[in-house]
Design a protein. Structure first.
Length: 190
């Protein structure tokens, strides 16, 4: 029994040598995530500062995203998703297809992670016979729990700022504001 304990004791590091830090992620590590949840229409704002309601029901959103680590805490990538909601009182369908580039700064408190993100891209919007391509800016924050070295599960909170421009009629231009609360499964790989 004593002979079995010697190899384990020989691996201990003396306290005065200091500790080395091992990071969980490195350059080139990648993540793939899928997210689903509700989209809450908040308000519209005209470019002159006037606010109005959205006349939309609670909607749904889903997305798939990929990102690669540039450092142990910064990752960049892309996301594509889909959104639906209905207008009131006519129940016409609003469809959105956001396609974004994303950057995230990941705060790690093992086994938890808090990514702070910013997504910028285009939002393809269809409502009845109207189609538009809008500028979408989406800041967000997430909380993830690492199940193991490959899988993490968490919740995302994101503010959608959809800038809808009509160059020939600025009176119709709007800034749509939405809030999404989604659950995600995130897969880490190299």
């Amino acid at each position: 029994m004593l002979l079995c304990a010697f190899p384990a004791a020989g691996q201990e590091t003396p306290a005065d040598e200091g500790e080395s830090v091992v990071y969980a992620y490195a350059l080139g590590d990648q993540v793939l995530s899928i997210s689903l949840g509700p989209l809450v229409p908040l308000f519209n704002m005209a470019f002159d500062g006037a606010f109005s309601g959205t006349n939309l029901t609670l909607g749904g959103t889903g997305s798939i995203a990929w990102a690669a680590y540039l450092t142990d805490a910064i990752r960049v990538g892309a996301e594509i998703g889909g959104v639906f909601a209905f207008s009131r009182p006519n129940w016409n369908t609003l469809l959105m297809l956001p396609i974004m580039a994303r950057a995230e700064y990941v705060l790690s408190f093992y086994p938890f992670e808090v990514p702070i993100s910013l997504g910028v891209g285009m939002n393809i919007v269809k409502y009845e016979d109207q189609k538009n391509i809008d500028l979408l800016i989406r800041p967000g924050v997430s909380g993830f729990w690492a199940y193991d070295s490959k899988w993490s599960f968490g919740v995302n909170l994101a503010w959608w700022v959809d800038l809808q421009f009509y160059p020939d009629n600025w009176d119709d231009a709007r800034i749509g504001n939405f809030l999404s609360v989604t659950v995600s499964a995130l897969y880490h790989y190299q």
